[in-house]
Design a protein around this ligand. Structure first.
Ligand code: ADP
Ligand code: MG
Length: 572
């Protein structure tokens, strides 16, 4: 894992070396300071030469100035290293997310994904910068101070060194518990991200049901779960810092007593004693930082694990190595013995055989949950079929690149998803880079003109998040305009008008009729009246196709379609 982490440093070798070198230099200067004080007291002070004392002070000033520069470099360029790595990882995670298929998102919570790409990565960025540097400097300071302490007085140095194994134990013991803790903590953050996301996204439903109290209770559970995990972290921190603080101060006390004895017995100079005490301070500095150490590293490790989990999720639908970019399809579709289930143990479709001629309009009817949407989702390869094959113009869709395949298929659904920009942005989504003329033409063909004329900003009207400022019919028209612009040879209309009132439905039907001209069209409709003129109607039940033919054929047949039809005509 460590090697993998460091692979992200590769593009920034120069920055890393600069940062590291400056940090080490600065560490060395810090180490030199106690020794300078020792010399100062023992030699200069006793020589009583003011000129020398002033010169020495000036020299020290230069050293400090250099150190200031070094620290500034570390703060700025070092953080740049961290943020660069964070940015790269975030891009990698987002790009990977674009490759994953519906089945992944079906089982994920948005808030957790958001958490992985925001909070987790921020922690990794921190470690990426401070991690190797702090660790190295801590070790260097530790070792350097130890050597210098031994050079001043080995007995005192030995006493002080007792802290080393203790610190090592505290760090490893608490460090691994903290990693575990932060993993849970990040997951809790994901939980309440999800809760907030769902609540805000569904706030209209929440308020319509007056379920605010219920929502508050649910949120408070997540809030408390987070608090509980965080408190565990603080408990660990309190224990580790008390342990290290206590052992440091005890050591210091023993050093004071023993040092005083050595000074009085003439084995140690006063300057040596002062210098040694300052060295002990330098030596303990990494130990004092133990809390930030057992916080930063485990956070970074936990975050990096969650990052790699995402990056390592294999997309279950990927382009075959020999997949080809298809150009223009005629739109002749064939399902050969296609079986599929979202859960392989629970098949939704069994041995479906269906041939659709280019340009044909075919309608799917059947009870809710029969698998109509599923049949259509298999065509753009949103889900991978279990067995059999689907071909378009005689070519297996698995032999085509996903992107080129999906460019050939347009889908208009019941719950239109619009992005929170302008009407123009949403229409242009059909074909990015379309000209103004093409956009206006698409809007005209979707019969959006009348509505646009009534808006002060026309095409540039902001439509709110997910298009909340538009009516259902208006949203559907924007979706249709988007499809005119995309102009695919194959069209899927999945209950496109089911949510609309009859009058709007009729108006939209006309636009859809125009849209389906010259394209192979798969229609799913709840109201049978809207699909009577289809070239062919296919009736589906729980496992596959049970009847097909024209409206007249199927009525004459007195089968399932006839029963569905009778129920709707005779019903309210
Ligand atoms: P229809 O469009 O005919 O109403 P669907 O094709 O949407 O039916 O659903 C067929 C079956 O597959 C249903 O039992 C439904 O619960 C199940 N299903 C639909 N979508 C998913 C999904 N994303 N994950 C798991 N099961 C699903
Ligand atoms: Mg459906």
């Amino acid at each position: 894992m460590l090697r993998r982490f460091f692979s992200y440093y590769r593009p920034y070798r120069g920055l890393f070396i600069l940062d590291f070198a400056c940090a080490i230099l600065s560490g060395i200067l810090e180490l030199g300071f106690p020794m300078a004080v020792k010399l100062f007291v023992d030699r200069l002070l006793l020589s009583q030469e003011w000129l020398l004392i002033l010169l020495a002070s000036a020299a020290l000033l230069v050293v400090y100035a250099i150190n200031t520069g070094l620290m500034a470099v570390v703060t700025y360029w070092g953080h740049m290293l961290g943020i660069n790595i964070e940015t790269d990882m975030r891009r990698a995670a987002f790009n990977h997310l674009q490759k994953l298929s519906f089945s992944y998102f079906d089982n994920q919570k948005t808030g957790h994904i958001v958490g992985r790409l925001t909070k987790d990565l921020e922690e990794i960025g921190e470690v990426a910068h401070h991690g190797p540097e702090d660790l190295f400097i801590a070790l260097m300071t530790f070792a350097g101070a130890l050597v210098l302490m031994f050079s001043v007085n080995w007995q005192l140095a030995l006493i002080t060194a007792i802290v080393v194994p203790l610190t090592a134990w505290v760090t490893s013991h608490f460090g691994s518990r903290m990693t575990d803790n932060f993993r849970r903590l990040f997951s809790r953050v994901g939980d309440f991200n999800t809760r907030i996301e769902e609540n805000v996204g569904g706030i209209r439903v929440v308020q319509a049901f007056a379920n605010e109290q219920h929502e508050r209770t649910l949120f408070e559970q997540d809030n408390q779960n987070y608090r509980r995990v965080k408190l565990e972290a603080y408990k660990l921190m309190a224990a580790s810092s008390s342990l290290s603080y206590m052992s440091m101060r005890l050591t210091q006390m023993v050093v004071m007593i023993a040092g005083s004895y050595f000074v009085l017995s003439g084995e140690l100079t006063a300057g040596g004693f002062i210098g040694f005490l300052l060295l002990v301070g330098v030596f303990f500095r990494p130990v004092e930082k133990i809390n930030s150490v057992i916080e930063t590293y485990p956070k970074g490790i936990a975050g990096f694990r969650r990052f790699t989990e995402l990056i390592d999720t294999e997309p279950d639908i990927a382009d075959a190595p020999d997949a080809v970019d298809i150009q223009h399809l005629r739109g002749e579709i064939a399902y050969d013995d296609v079986s599929f289930g979202y859960d392989p143990k629970k098949p939704v479709l069994k041995d479906v055989n269906l041939t659709i001629r280019a340009g044909e309009t075919i309608a799917f009817v059947g009870p809710s949950g029969a698998g109509k949407t599923t049949i259509c989702s298999l065509l753009p390869r949103f889900y991978e079929i279990g067995s059999g094959r689907i071909t378009i113009d005689g070519m297996d869709i698995r032999k085509m690149t996903k992107v080129s395949l999906r460019q050939q298929i347009g889908i208009v659904q019941q719950d239109v998803f619009l992005f929170g920009g302008t009407i123009r942005d949403n229409i242009t989504y059909g074909r990015l880079g379309a000209s103004e003329k093409e956009i206006v033409e698409a809007a005209r063909r979707a019969r959006l003109e009348e509505m646009l004329a009534g808006l002060p900003d026309g095409l540039d009207t902001m439509i709110g998040e997910r298009g909340v400022k538009l009516s259902g019919g208006q949203k559907q028209r924007v979706a249709i305009a988007r499809m005119f612009l995309k102009n695919p040879p194959i069209l899927i209309l999945d209950e496109a008008t089911s949510a609309l009132d009859t009058e709007t439905e009729r108006a939209i039907q006309r636009s859809l009729g125009e849209l389906s001209q010259g394209r192979t069209t798969l229609i799913i409709a709840h109201r049978l009246a809207t699909i009577q003129s289809a070239d062919r109607i296919v009736v589906i039940d729980g496992s596959g196709i049970i009847e097909q033919g024209t409206h007249q054929d199927l009525i004459a047949r007195q089968g399932a379609y006839n029963r569905l039809h009778a129920a709707q005509v005779g019903g309210p």
